[in-house]
Design a protein around this ligand. Sequence first.
Ligand code: GAL
Length: 417
Amino acid sequence: MRGYFGKKTAIVAAPLATTSMAVAEAVEVLHWWTSGGEAAALNVLKDDLAGKSIGWVDMPVAGGGGEAAMTTLRARVTAGDAPTAVQMLGFDILDWAAEGKLANLDAVAAEEGWDAVVPAPLQGFSKSDGHWVAAPVNVHSTNWVWANKAILDELRLAQPTSWDEFVAAMQKVKESGKTALAHGGQAWQDATMFDGVVLSVGGVEFYKRAFIDLDPAALGTDQMVEAFNRMATLRGVVDDNFSGRDWNLASAMVINNEAAFQIMGDWAKGEFLKAGKVPGTDFLCFRVPGSQGMVAFNSDQFAMFAQTDEGAVAAQGEMARAIMSPSFQSAFNVVKGSVPARIDVPNDAFDDCGKQGMAELAEASTNCTLVGSIAHGHANKAAVKNAIYDVVTAHFNGEYDVATAAANLVGAVEAAQ
Ligand code: GAL
């Protein structure tokens, strides 16, 4: 699959010595899992490590999508004080590996047989220059819609299966006085909706040409104008207070019967579950209409920053081993809303949305309809991602029309490379 594999030459430290002995050491973990659902999932990890006598020093940096966390990380590393373990996405992992900052996890990976169980598209981000540098904890995907079932029932709305049906349903909700689309106006949230919208317009072929190959002809095409048209449609059905709202507060609007839909990655499901809501009964999960059969993915991985202290190194190895155990992958992802990062984890413990997510990921992988998320750092390095954010957000906020948006996208992406 094109676009998943970094071509960087990495300087990676010697393999971590692994040990199965209990370690009294701690890991300091930098992450952005601060919403209710995210914190619940994080507790599964904390408890697992506590059971293995690995201490936990918490370094939360709030902010969905992790931009603020990455800024903090850069400052810590620059100050010579890197945390031991860091939640990280896609191309950021490859960039830090290329800077020679990450520990080598080859020994624990070999002992635990990671090569055979982690899908190739994920390995493209867990490995640099052939060496394991991160342990993937999940696979999320962004092209989902979360719907309030009671509102749909009350308005006699069926689950939409095409973009036009989706728009018609949102108009009906708006006319009823409820909010059609719960959304938070933050660049990464606008871009998260854009992932699904681009797929709904032109499928994976267009998505790959434009956002993975960065072909200027695709970036400026009529299909891109249509993608911005669809974003403008979405802008027309959010409430007046959307600006700056955190994503989990938008989820809460759907949970609390204030809004009918949210387009968001499946971490949103963690919020519904935390609120005691049941898929199929209280809420529905379905792909952004028009993107069925396609999956835009991102995988949270824990990258370990190279350490010299032996105890810290041992704790890192143990944390990586714990993250990758099949039982942990099941327990964690059931709560988080994501699906396991290994292909051999049974789906028994997952709810219907989780089972659907697992089946669709496998299908998309087989059918080559699996693409890295633009919004969550799995399509391009940060500079390009941020350039796309800027244009998508400026357009969403009405700074320019659709034709200008497509033209500006071509220029911004070119300048960022
Ligand atoms: C994503 C991350 C998810 C979730 C989300 C919102 O980038 O992969 O785990 O945390 O941000 O914060």
